[in-house]
Write a protein of this length. Structure first.
Length: 81
């Protein structure tokens, strides 16, 4: 889709791909993008809510959870730009 996930070395191209995306789109400087990408110890991907139909009961099952603190920290840093 052309939007790398920060910290995703398997599919997103790792920290350099995410930093490169931010830099190419003139969102921030290369050093700022690299610094944020390097601070992530895991893929920065989170589902705020998730739902599905239970395969046995047919019941709608829904979950919702706030993002973890490290995700919030990265998002806060990115939102400065």
């Amino acid at each position: 889709m052309g939007h790398p996930i920060i910290g995703d070395d398997t599919y997103g191209g790792g920290e350099s791909a995410a930093a490169g995306f931010l830099r190419r789109n003139e969102v921030m400087s290369a050093s700022a993008a690299r610094s944020i990408a390097e601070s992530c110890g895991r893929p920065m991907l989170h589902a705020r809510s998730l739902g599905f139909v239970h395969p046995v009961s047919g019941e709608d099952v829904n979950f919702a959870v706030d993002p973890p603190l490290d995700f919030v920290d990265v998002f806060t840093e990115l939102s400065k730009y």
